[in-house]
Design a protein around this ligand. Structure first.
Ligand code: FES
Length: 171
């Protein structure tokens, strides 16, 4: 069975999503696989767009409002396009007292975004985190899985510059 209303012919990612949904369709409580389907969709598209959620809604016959409810409830779902790298500033207590707010402000200015947004060059998404377990290095930020500590505004700018150059060199 396929979703005729939302058929996205020509985009292989929708084809793959369709195959995955079809593999679940005969299972008992098919709708209970919604989170798994949304995970797969996010893996394919990088985030959950309105279009993708409408597709899932149509194909699984689940109301769009319910899909939105699930997608917005869980922190691990992204509703906006993500940058190549996620920059997470630790706002835990140890980092906060050592200047995390200044680190965050530097990043907002340097990247031209607010928390949760992606830079215009699509290289960085800015995020906040709670204690990442490196309080001795406070203030701390993570870029993807890499931890950077003892940050100052100058250090932050230099680190971002390095990532920017690398991303542009690879493009
Ligand atoms: S509070 Fe930032 S690493 Fe612990």
């Amino acid at each position: 069975m396929s979703c005729n209303d939302c058929n996205k012919v020509g985009d292989p990612r929708y084809d793959e999503l369709q195959v995955y949904i079809d593999s679940l369709r005969d299972k008992p409580h098919f709708e209970s696989y919604l989170i798994a389907v949304l995970h797969r969709a996010q893996g394919l598209f990088g985030y959950l767009s309105e279009e993708t959620m409408n597709y899932v809604s149509c194909d699984m016959n689940i109301p769009t409002a319910q899909i939105w409810g699930v997608a917005t409830f869980y922190h691990f779902f992204n509703l906006a396009e993500q940058g190549k790298h996620t920059v997470s500033v630790c706002m835990g207590t140890a980092c906060y007292v050592k200047g995390a707010a200044e680190v965050l402000e530097t990043l907002k200015k340097e990247l031209g975004v607010e928390v949760g947004e992606t830079s215009a060059d699509k290289i960085f998404t800015l995020d906040e985190a709670r204690c990442v377990g490196a309080c001795g290095l406070a203030p701390v930020m993570m870029i993807d899985d890499e931890i950077y500590g003892d940050l100052t505004p100058d250090k932050v700018v230099a680190i971002i510059k390095k990532y920017r150059e690398k991303a542009k060199g690879a493009a």
